[in-house]
Write a protein that binds this ligand. Sequence first.
Ligand SMILES: Nc1ncnc2c1ncn2[C@@H]1O[C@H](COP(=O)(O)OP(=O)(O)OP(=O)(O)O)[C@@H](O)[C@H]1O
Ligand SMILES: [Mg+2]
Length: 305
Amino acid sequence: MPSEPIIFCENLVKLYKIGDIEVMALQGLDLTVEEGEMLAIIGNSGSGKSTLMNVIGGLDRPTAGKIHVNGTDLLKLSDKEMMNYMRETIGFVWQNTARNMVPYLNAIDNVKLVMQMAGKLDVNRANMLLEVVGLEHRKKNKMHELSGGEQQRVAIAIALANSPKILLADEPTGAVDTKTTAQIMNLFHTVNADLGVTTVIVTHDRQLSHMVKRVVTISDGRIGTEFIRREEMNMESDEIMNATAGHDQGSHVEYGFIDGRRRLFLPENYLSAIGLKEKSKVSIEIGDDQLILRNPEREAAQGEQ
Ligand SMILES: Nc1ncnc2c1ncn2[C@@H]1O[C@H](COP(=O)(O)OP(=O)(O)OP(=O)(O)O)[C@@H](O)[C@H]1O
Ligand SMILES: [Mg+2]
């Protein structure tokens, strides 16, 4: 029997109200993430990325829809249970390094502090984590003595302190240069592979799509197209830089997506290739295990010739 996905969102809605104004940050979002997966969610500013991270991470509650994480229905949790869920199941990495750590403590004490707050101090694990992120030689340094990239490495160690099942990273490379971005993404891969932590990274940076196997897009609070990389990636940073310099569309299988209301989302370049725009009518034909979509206007024009 296939195992249950570790993250399951169906028809997720999040409505923010400020005075008389309502903002639908999530508008019927569907998302499934399998245990151990690494996934990037890419979308423009305001598309609902942080809202989704906050809802999955238990910082915010959805207005409607379903959300099950690690076998738990988050809508059924009391505030206290939600606190425990956040502490035990989720590790967060934020773009703003100040949000990830206490500035006047050194790196190792920051990791230990998060363990102490959960009542589970494990000095060996704290040392091991700083080794995993490649900063054992800087563990006694305070945050202002570390570069932005090093601070994000510490942030990853802190997020992993209490052995979370899921690592959620909201624009973790938003404040670092391209080379450091590649190194940090490399580290997410190591953590995902070696510690088996399910990892979800949200970003507006389309270049990151070259560095993660499964990529889904988000726009207007809904999941759009999905890409799966075909070949194994060599995560050496120089090669990533080369890969991201051009468009290597050929290395991705492109997927459309059917949401919980049977609506089909298709990549724009596929639609424009046959002259379809938003809200165009499409003709559908069933073949052997396939659906064939055609532009009825072009078909009619060809019929007349
Ligand atoms: N606490 C809030 N109160 C009211 N509106 C909010 C709140 N948080 C987010 N929004 C609105 O919800 C929408 C989605 O915001 P969200 O922060 O999830 O986007 P984002 O994809 O993370 O954007 P960015 O890339 O700029 O971080 C936006 O229109 C935003 O203004
Ligand atoms: Mg955001």
